[in-house]
Design a protein around this ligand. Structure first.
Ligand code: DON
Length: 309
């Protein structure tokens, strides 16, 4: 597969830019409303450690649901596959990410997959750590290893803003507690989960996260195994089947790269044998995926024939 150059990225981002006025910036987490439509960016981290980018490379954003992939990797490392998948399923839901509907209709009641909010809350509950800050600290340590950058933390304002308004996520959590899927304090769980979603990075750091997943969980420079191969594979499989929520099927056809989106407007892709791809644009379509980001990924995938299918 052909490497991406900076001039290609400049061209594609210029073509996609008009789409920034379509869609809406998420406002159900009040602090996300401050994001600017024009802050768009794209980066590709090739597996040979060569990283290119275009757009606003300085801008930092919260990773939101992208954190679900990394929390899953950590919970699997902490507890093992059998324990985790006894509490969360492996099937796409076809519902919006915050839907509560199938929790009641699935018997025994467990969330369908770790990429919808219910499943992600159950996963965060399984991360080892006696306090929310210890859990988030361990997740940040994993991210520091993947990005080779110790400076990454979380945005306290965004975390607080979500914590104060996460009534639906509290409802999902209480429902699952009733059914024995999760245990412990729901307020502590929401504290950890909202901090996890508020982890903040720039586009190149996010592309490197994707590159480590693409590299079977290995560090790009030293080759050290950060996430076991089998677990990195599980994460990428969920990215294909559930990473773009109820748009995962059309995304697989249009783009064909394992990818995960977040309501901040970020999307990370992980392409085996190639590298990590990150796009950012806060205006979202009706499914919650970045409009500009989807456009750039579609162009990139078709020009360079990147689809895995
Ligand atoms: O739990 C939430 O609703 C947010 N913290 C994350 C949701 C999200 O990013 C869904 N993405 N498309």
């Amino acid at each position: 597969m052909k490497k991406v150059t900076e001039s290609m990225l400049h061209e594609w981002i210029q073509q996609a830019e008009p789409y920034k006025s379509l869609g809406t910036v998420a406002d159900y987490i009040p602090a996300l409303q401050k994001q600017k439509r024009e802050d768009i960016a794209v980066s590709v981290y090739h597996l040979d450690n060569d990283c290119v980018g275009a757009g606003n490379l300085e801008n930092t954003f919260t990773i939101q649901s992208i954190s679900k992939v990394l929390a899953l990797a950590l919970a699997l490392m902490d507890q093992g596959e059998d324990y985790v998948f006894a509490r969360v399923g492996m099937e796409p839901s076809g519902d919006p990410f915050h839907s509560i509907a199938k929790l009641e209709r699935t018997n025994p009641s467990k969330p369908l997959n770790p990429m919808i909010n219910a499943g992600a809350l159950a996963v965060t509950n399984m991360i080892m750590g006696s306090t929310p800050d210890e859990k988030v600290g361990r997740l940040l340590t994993l991210i520091h290893e993947m990005t080779n950058d110790q400076s990454i933390g979380y945005d306290e304002e965004v975390a607080h803003s979500e914590f104060e308004t996460a009534f639906l996520n509290r409802s999902l959590s209480y429902f699952m507690k009733q059914h024995g899927v999760i245990e412990g304090s729901i307020e502590e769980l929401l504290d950890a989960y909202t901090k996890q979603c508020a982890i903040e990075m720039n586009i190149k750091q996010l592309a490197r996260v994707g590159a480590v997943l693409a590299n079977e969980g290995r560090d790009l420079e030293s080759g050290r195994q950060i996430i076991p191969v089998q677990l990195a594979r599980i994460c990428k499989t969920f990215m294909v089947t559930c990473g773009m929520y109820d748009a995962s099927g059309s995304f697989a056809i249009r783009v064909g790269i394992p990818a995960k989106s977040g309501v901040s407007g970020a999307i990370v892709g992980a392409l085996k044998g190639y590298g990590g791809i990150a796009v950012f644009g806060p205006a979202l379509d009706e499914r919650g995926n970045s409009v500009v980001g989807m456009q750039v990924l579609e162009t990139m995938a078709s020009r360079l024939e990147l689809s895995i299918f």
